[in-house]
Design a protein around this ligand. Structure first.
Ligand code: GLP
Length: 245
């Protein structure tokens, strides 16, 4: 595990964007694994800026998103489909035919199978961007005694519904289920880049950075088994957990 710190959230987003841009320069037809959530959103604004300045070319890039809420139509403002369009895809020269976001509407079992096929068909992900839930979830793999390797339906825990309710008009509007890549899909990416900021993530990040155990009850800790895992945190978070590196 390689840990990097930025002065603040903005600097962390710029650093993450630089890592992604460098990957795109090295391999113009790379496959990026993308995440949603407010942390990842910050990174996308830097990618869009780089594209506008002529410093990024998405024409050959393909992407695969980690997850999608059940029940929301792809055009619902809070669906991850619509979020990705709004934050990134609509503003850069990516061919949307080369983007994969699971569909959360309709027959979910069927959608899981289709998502699995697309994950498989796209081949290995070169670089996977990740956020982390306050409960340690990765994508929507919630803390449980047993975790899934492959894409599946996941019931969201109350803590996740609570945390994500800030994006909805009320808690009742937050979907209770999602389709998500499994931990095995995520571990198969060639490189992992996890970003965390804000004191709300202090407890889980302390567990990740200051403890050498892994547990399915904090899925983020399993990422320590990956050979190319980079963690990017801001100074405030590093100080809060006593991380000096
Ligand atoms: C959602 C996503 C996760 C993301 C998490 C953190 O639950 N499914 O992939 O890591 O939010 O979001 P935020 O960055 O807003 O804290």
């Amino acid at each position: 595990m390689n840990v990097m710190t930025g002065q603040d959230f903005a600097q962390c987003c710029a650093m993450a964007a630089d890592i992604i841009l460098e990957q795109m320069r090295r391999k113009p037809d790379c496959r990026l694994g993308l995440a949603t959530g407010s942390t990842a959103e910050g990174v996308y604004s830097y990618l869009v800026n780089a594209y506008r300045k002529g410093e990024a070319d998405f024409s050959q890039v393909s992407t695969c998103n980690l997850d999608e809420y059940a029940e929301l139509t792809p055009t619902h403002e809070q669906s991850y489909h619509a979020s990705m369009n709004r934050w990134l895809f609509d503003h850069v020269n990516i061919d949307k035919k080369n983007t994969v976001v699971a569909c959360g509407q309709g027959d979910l079992d069927e959608n899981v199978l289709r998502f699995r096929e697309k994950i498989e068909r796209g081949g290995p992900i070169d670089l996977q961007l990740l956020g982390v839930g306050v409960d340690g979830h990765i994508a929507f793999n919630e803390p449980r005694e047993k975790l899934h390797l492959f894409a599946h339906r996941e019931r969201l825990l109350a803590s996740t519904i609570e945390a994500n309710s800030r994006f909805f008009a009320s808690r009742d509007e937050v979907p209770v289920e999602a389709i998500t890549m499994g931990m095995g899909d995520i571990m198969h990416a060639r490189r992992l880049l996890l970003m965390a900021n804000g004191l709300g993530k202090a407890s889980i990040m302390k567990q990740l950075l200051m403890d050498d155990t892994v547990t399915t009850m904090a899925p983020v800790t399993l990422l320590r088994l990956h050979v190319d895992f980079t963690v990017l945190i801001d100074r405030e978070l590093a100080d809060a957990i006593g991380y000096a590196g």
